[in-house]
Unconditional design. Sequence first.
Lengths: 293, 86
Amino acid sequence: MSLIQELGAQLRATSDELPTGLVTAAMEKLRSATEILMWVRETSIDPVGVPQLGNATEHAERAAAALRIAQDAIATYLTQVGLTGDAAAPPDSDWKAGLERPEVKPEKPEDAKPEGEKLGPWWHQRIAQLTGEDAPEVNDKDQPQADTAELLRRVASGVRAGDKARLGRELHAASAATGLALSAVTPAVLHRLAGDLLGHEPRPEDVERLRSAAAGRVRSLLPGTSPAVLDTLIARICRVPVAQQGQSGHPADNAVTAGVLTGVLLARLGRDANTLDPNAPEPLRRPEAADAR
Amino acid sequence: MASVAEVKAAVDAALQQVSEGQAAIQAAREKLGEAQQSLAAALDGSGSDAVGAAHGSLSQADQSLEECLGATALAVEQAQNYTAML
């Protein structure tokens, strides 16, 4: 390897290792937190931290944009010094960043107590409304609690099997906090899966195609979800600006529908839920557009 | 009907997300610091505009992440003050 080749490889590695995935995962967690707090504080004049979280999300967006500009600048430099091969775009692995277990355990807020089942009845009631499946009378407390990434895989497996009862059981078995966090881990996954299904990056004109590919199955598994929730998720996937609604939606609706939509897109792609494991091999992207009818 | 315990639990669920977001931002800042050092070592002596742009963008990203953390700390404080009043 020549000296210039070595320099190019080092710069490429530095560019690839920039923490774009971590910043995106953080951004989605802040958005999810904002959504929950907006729902909690609706009609209260106390901001409960919502504007500050909005500012935080904007700062994270700016950081993500700056990282992309840095990657472009490194690619430009590599091209300028004649290393066009090293300037090629790296494989996209950021989409699973939100599913990885954090290396450092986040600090619990002061005086945070285990949430236990304080939100349990609230969660079960909403899951029953969404799925039409009542909470099991006996909950298996000895069953280890799934984290959100595991819950997403279980939900996706239930969707793939077309088993509404199983989907209901998996969702009822999760704690409210774990279930609500589906909102934070799914956006990047949905964007990637939709891109794989379409054969290109999702664009505003793909909204109708994705809706027709997913709406029927989502409705049959979640008869209680509003079509507007799915429309908003699809609009976000396709980077269509979403009009701010007068009222905040129920945070469980968005989280659960996003989890089910993930399962539907995986099923459309013929992929197993285990492909969502961060350690699973990167699925091959199909160059041709898939039939999303 | 919602209870104070439920409202507090919902705010706790949101703060858990914030806390995980903060951990991700902190991890991102560490990786960013390593990238800045690696870039500085590799490109020492370069006068290229692209190199200057890369350095500038990385500094900008780090500053934005620091501001992000500051804003999340304010949000947590405000939410905790609210639940303390309930």
